[in-house]
Design a protein around this ligand. Structure first.
Ligand code: NAD
Length: 449
């Protein structure tokens, strides 16, 4: 099929564009970011994602994908136009729909009658009706809209595209449903005979519902994941005070098949571009419709408290004050496998540490440039060992595999005070202790030789 992805240079848009092209569709990625469009057209991606550049190179070579900034030219022949523009939060938590509104007005003037517009962006209930109104007002009456929320996880986005847990299509339009079924056919049971030269999941469940339900499925999924993180962090805090070990607690807890293991890793809290923003947006939507989402609000508050807790731990480990202390921060991306630092808790924590008088040496295997934009005054160092140089405390905030394999004797030799705070409970405590470090983590008693 002929497909266009608006916002095709962003995280979701780019993964959607290269993934659909790899399935054999003819795809155009449209984006307003000329610089990134030029870069992507050469096969280079500014987004760090496992396997992304390989698929990008292949689909460009096969002429299945091209990028442009020209929306009119980009959508002229499309049967399906995906919209994957950002929906960042306003200060009150409501989603900023400026990009979506601008794209909607542009599409009304440019797409051919009969086109299906599929919304990948996470948007609140009401936004699809508003799009319909705009299309009608501008005379584009023959456009169908489907909400098709995205569930990919940064760090495994390409794998998630080819192996989705489910595909959700929210629309009342029979035509839009049929077009979306055709587009995603390789994933569906009825088309399992289709031969492909790429490994994908077959018989993926298709959830066909209203646009409203599709949107709430997306928000509820992120709210649930965030809730699990806040829950386990609360349990970790209780363990710290009551002398239990949260690792053992989670092990015993997660063996219950009703509970499972996902998103139950204690740590510094949830960061990244989606969980906090989507919780805020869902809570805001509830509030303006007269419903107080107390539980979601508590999940957000628990996350803010977790950051306070981590900063307080740093103060305590530095002897009661951060003034004049040097702290090595390992990990700036909001999770391993990505160079995304949007709403990364590392960035927030570094900011707080500095405001409290510490100087920070920061390191990340892939996200240094991105972090430096948000933290321009902070010393960025080329290796974790350089970060440890004369530091009073090492804080591990993103559990990159590189950090798990560090030579702790070498790290320890460089440190002024032999203290480490493992904010992800990811390191081998024994290796740290053997290197002469005092090892502190989340929800567990400190360990030292
Ligand atoms: N990043 C994720 O992990 C993830 C996962 C699921 C859903 N989502 C949702 O998907 C949406 C996009 O998120 P993202 O992380 O990909 O954002 P992003 O900022 O990485 O990408 C958005 C892209 O849209 C482009 N853009 C903005 N205005 C435009 C316009 N008028 N015309 C054309 N292009 C325009 C931007 O230049 C950018 O490249 C959001 O609603 C987000 O909540 C994100």
């Amino acid at each position: 099929m002929k497909v266009t992805v608006i916002g095709g240079a962003g995280y979701v848009g780019l993964v959607t564009a290269v993934g659909l092209a790899r399935l054999g569709h003819d795809v155009v990625g449209v984006d307003i970011n000329q610089q990134v469009v030029d870069l992507l057209s050469t096969g280079k991606s500014p987004i760090h994602e496992d396997g992304l550049e390989e698929v990008l190179t292949k689909v460009l070579a096969d002429s299945r994908l091209r990028f442009t900034t020209d929306i009119a030219g980009g959508v002229a022949e499309a049967q399906v136009v995906f919209v994957a523009v950002g929906t960042p939060p306003h200060v009150d938590g409501s989603p900023d729909l400026t990009a979506l509104r601008s794209v909607t007005a542009n599409l009304a003037r440019t797409v051919a009658p009969g086109t299906v517009v599929a919304i990948k962006s996470t948007i609140p209930v009401g936004a699809v009706s508003e799009m319909h109104d705009t299309f009608n007002t501008l005379g584009a009456t023959d456009i169908e809209i489907a909400s098709n929320p995205e569930f990919l996880s940064e760090g495994s986005a390409i794998r998630d595209f080819f192996h989705p847990s489910r595909i959700v299509v929210g629309t009342t339009s029979e035509r839009a449903r049929a077009v979306m079924r055709e587009l995603y056919a390789p994933f569906l049971e009825e088309a399992s005979h289709i031969q492909l030269d790429v490994d994908i999941s077959r018989s993926v469940p298709l959830v066909e519902t209203s646009a409203e339900s599709a949107q709430i499925i997306k928000y509820a999924a992120n709210a649930f994941l965030a809730t699990r993180v806040s829950f386990v962090n609360e349990i970790a805090g209780i363990c710290e005070r009551l002398g239990a070990d949260v690792t053992d607690v989670v092990e015993g807890l997660s063996m219950d098949p009703r509970i499972g293991r996902g998103y139950l890793s204690p740590g510094i809290g949830f960061g990244g571009p989606c969980l906090e923003k989507d919780l805020q947006a869902l809570s805001y939507s509830a509030a303006i419709h007269g419903y107080q989402a107390n539980f979601l609000e508590a999940t957000l508050r628990r996350n803010d408290d977790q950051i306070n807790h981590v900063v307080n731990r740093a103060i305590a480990l530095c002897g009661g004050s951060l003034s004049g202390k040097r702290i090595a921060v390992l990990g700036l991306a909001f999770k391993p496998g990505t160079n995304d630092v949007r709403t990364s808790l590392s960035v927030r924590i570094i900011d707080r540490l500095q405001n409290l008088g510490a100087s920070v040496a920061m390191h990340d295997p892939v996200a240094m440039e991105e972090a430096q934009v948000l933290l321009p005054g902070v010393e960025a160092v080329p290796t974790p060992y350089a970060a440890a140089d004369n530091a009073d405390l090492v804080m591990l905030l993103t559990d990159w595999p590189e950090y798990l394999a560090l030579d702790w004797s070498r790290m320890s030799a460089n440190l002024r005070s032999k203290v480490i705070f493992d904010g992800r409970n990811a390191l081998d405590a024994r290796a740290c202790i053997a290197a002469g470090l005092r090892y502190h983590s989340v929800g567990r008693a400190p360990v030292q030789s």
